[in-house]
Write a protein that binds this ligand. Structure first.
Ligand SMILES: [Fe+2]
Length: 327
């Protein structure tokens, strides 16, 4: 790991960096606080394009239904079972070259455009941030030695990976958000590990617990990531949609079989192997951050659906904390 992105621990802080805060008012209803679920929630713009929400300008005739139906089931669980008072998303296309940034703009508003597929995704967003929790995550991460900043400039356009995962998980946008950037370090240093994401996950968990939040985590990553370079005339022409090749597909299945089997600890080794084999987008660290925040629980993940989008592999997966299960 490149040491330029770590700062020495401040000895006086001793690890437990944030004092307990008053419980968030929204948590006084449901009995349990903390991280109540973690979700692998990929963000390809095609899924939102296919759903024709009013916020997105382009219109479609549908497509990629298997993944969209998986997201429908995930939404129902978030709304009816988890009832979080915050969604925390880590997304690979809010890239920060130095360190980790936390969006602390209270009400981000604007248009998010996918730069490669602007004909599919021009999305008007308007949502609320949980600034107190965002500040707490930044504080905890700094205390654990990560270079971390709060981002407070309302002119910064929110990237499509953040918007995509959040829309697909909660199209009503009625749950506050904390949005984390992806440090670009792993893409520049071939020997970079995902170790920093373990630390960011730990900081996230500490901040959630210290603020008394009930949080659902979203890891906005696709799996295998080789993709076509030519698009069909009708982007949602499903006759043209299939895995990039069998190698990519088999590796996605290897990872998903391990996820379905549980526990999560073996994924610590398998995720880097999968990245090496498939150029997986999990290289940005979102999945590792999320599982680390949950303490690498001894549970199986529930794979709600898998499908390809322009050849890339995408899965919607839900993990529950140890000791909890759907009723
Ligand atoms: Fe992406």
């Amino acid at each position: 790991m490149s040491k330029v992105f770590r700062v020495p621990l401040a000895p006086a802080r001793g690890g437990a960096t944030t004092a307990p805060r008053a419980p968030h008012p929204a948590t006084t209803g449901p009995p349990r606080c903390g991280i109540v679920a973690g979700c692998l929630s990929p963000h390809p713009p095609h899924l939102i394009y296919a759903e024709n929400p009013p916020q997105n300008e382009p219109r479609s005739t549908g497509g990629w239904e298997t993944l969209r139906w998986a997201y429908e089931r995930l939404r129902a669980r978030i709304r009816e079972v988890h009832k979080p008072d915050v969604l925390i998303v880590h997304a690979p296309h809010w890239i920060t070259m130095v360190g980790h940034h936390v969006n602390c703009v209270p009400n981000p508003r604007g248009i998010s455009v996918e730069p490669i597929f602007p004909h599919l995704f021009r999305y008007r967003y308007d949502f609320r941030s949980d600034v107190e929790l965002g500040e707490a995550i930044a504080e905890e991460a700094s205390g654990l030695g990560l270079v971390t900043r709060t981002m407070r400039d309302p002119r910064v356009r929110v990237d499509y990976a953040t918007i995509g995962a959040l829309h697909l998980a909660n199209p009503a946008w009625d749950i506050p958000v904390v949005s984390l950037s992806a440090n670009n370090n792993p893409y520049f240093y071939s020997d970079a590990s995902l170790e920093e994401m373990e630390v960011l996950g730990e900081a996230t968990r500490r901040a959630v617990e210290a603020t008394g939040r009930r949080a659902v985590l979203l890891a906005s990553n696709s799996l295998s990531h080789l993709h076509w370079h030519e698009e069909p005339e009708l982007p949602e022409d499903m006759e043209r949609e299939h895995p990039y090749n069998n190698h990519q597909y088999r590796w996605d299945m290897k990872l998903l079989e391990a996820i379905r089997r549980g526990p999560t600890a073996p994924l610590r080794e398998l995720i880097p192997e999968h990245i090496e084999a498939t150029a997986s987008e999990t290289k940005a660290g979102s999945l590792t951050w999320m599982l680390a925040a949950m303490g690498w629980p001894k549970v199986a993940g529930d794979v709600l659906g898998y499908g390809t989008i322009i050849g890339t592999g995408n899965a919607v997966v839900e993990w529950l904390p140890e000791g909890s299960r759907h009723g």
